[in-house]
Design a protein around this ligand. Structure first.
Ligand SMILES: Cc1cc2nc3c(=O)[nH]c(=O)nc-3n(C[C@H](O)[C@H](O)[C@H](O)COP(=O)(O)O)c2cc1C
Length: 374
């Protein structure tokens, strides 16, 4: 295994990555008023611009799609302007950034939604997680409202518009959030989807919303700028399917046919949301399992070290590896990997909410001193 494997270039759709060290999408709950990104957010992303690719935090495609306090959106003119500050700062530092666009579905709370309305989902089945109010209070979760059939094409349209808005805001592409038990995965899996209309029942029906979204966005912004994140065998929020292997093989075959620019799989061996440091070594290796099914670039995430990441690429399980918690704590992760320098430890207590502390104040390596070599 050679760490140098991570430092080789890779083409991902329209984007040329100088290395295979990707920054995973990370919700940090530090957006400004009206869910608008700020200069602080721009600084945070710019600090990490040496990543082969930055995937933004999950960003709501509509007011109804919000799920966490102080999380950004991409559905107002003000938000587009705020995000332009982020993308310009990343590009000015030579980086590349795509936006993860998402609808939180049942993982939300009425205090975050227009007119205090209930979170929505395919079926009225609550997750097994507490909700976060807009004031960061943890509260018992609400039973979501099942979407009416005619509301679903409207949601598809909000994803399409979010894709267009992301490009207008200067992003290099988008990643559709189909993972981690948010709305799309709630449709995919039969534990959360008990519908009897064209969006429930057979796997073909359950995958319809995802494929409609992908088709619409690809038509709107071009086929080579759309990636998809999935978390087969994941259990976050109590999500489950009676036959995940059959379901995800089908989903991934369909995405392969469409030639999306990349597939991003969350590994079941780690904690999908990085909530614990536990490892389930006996968990399914999604990248290895689905590699045969998908012919485009494959990104894999969750619980990787630089060493296991390089190994996964050398074993041809994946083309690039996304790091979450290591990028929170190491803005210059690429340089540290390249120079085999020690990594900063992350502080879990500052993951969500707050300001600069635990966000933009993790230390980078000192530049080599000019006097040191004299
Ligand atoms: C603070 C935090 C926020 C996260 N937010 C998102 C998110 O917005 N979208 C998403 O798909 N995954 C999210 N995740 C999951 C990460 O992208 C990643 O899959 C997970 O942390 C496992 O990778 P790691 O072991 O390298 O941290 C989040 C994880 C953490 C720790």
């Amino acid at each position: 295994m050679s760490i140098g494997t991570l430092l080789t270039p890779l083409r991902v759709g329209a984007i040329q990555l100088p290395n295979r060290i990707v920054m995973a999408p990370l919700t940090r709950m530090r957006a400004g008023a009206n869910n608008v990104p700020t200069a602080l957010n721009a600084e945070y992303y710019a600090q990490r611009s040496s990543a082969g690719l930055i995937i933004s935090e999950g960003t709501a495609v509509s007011a109804q799609a919000q799920g966490y306090p102080s999380s950004p959106g991409i559905y107002t003119a003000e938000q587009i302007v705020g995000w332009r500050g982020v993308t310009s700062a990343v590009h000015a530092r030579g980086g590349r950034i795509v936006m993860q666009i998402q609808h939180n579905g049942r993982n939300s709370h009425s205090s975050l939604l227009p007119n205090g309305s209930l979170p929505v989902a395919p079926s009225p089945i609550p997750p097994n997680l507490p909700g976060f109010t807009k004031d960061f209070q943890q509260v018992p979760i609400e039973v979501p409202r099942a979407l009416e059939t005619e509301e679903i094409p409207v949601i598809v349209g909000t994803f399409r518009q979010a894709g267009l808005n992301a490009i207008e805001a200067g992003f290099d592409g988008v990643e559709v959030q189909g993972a981690n038990s948010h709305l799309i995965e709630e449709f995919l899996e039969d534990g959360t989807n008990h519908r009897t209309d064209a969006y429930g029942g057979s796997k073909e029906n359950r995958v319809r919303i995802l494929l409609d979204i992908v088709d619409e966005i690809m038509a709107a912004i071009g086929p080579d700028r759309v990636g998809v994140r999935l978390s087969p065998f994941g259990q976050y929020g109590g999500i489950r399917d009676s036959n995940p292997l059959e379901l995800f093989t089908f989903v991934i075959q369909e995405l392969d046919t469409r030639r999306i620019s990349y597939l991003h799989l969350v590994e079941a061996k780690g904690s999908e949301m990085g909530l614990t440091d536990e490892l389930h070594e006996d968990g399914v290796n999604n990248a290895a399992l689905f590699r045969e099914v998908f012919n485009g670039p494959l990104l894999s995430a969750a619980a990787y070290t630089p060493q296991t990441a390089a190994l996964a690429i050398e074993q041809n399980h994946a083309d690039a590896i996304a790091f979450g918690r290591l990028f929170i704590a190491n803005p210059d992760l690429v340089r540290r990997i390249k120079e085999s320098q020690p990594l900063n430890a992350y502080d879990r207590s500052t993951f969500y909410g707050g300001g600069e502390h635990g966000y933009t104040d993790y230390k980078t390596l000192e530049e080599p001193s000019l006097t040191a070599s004299i």
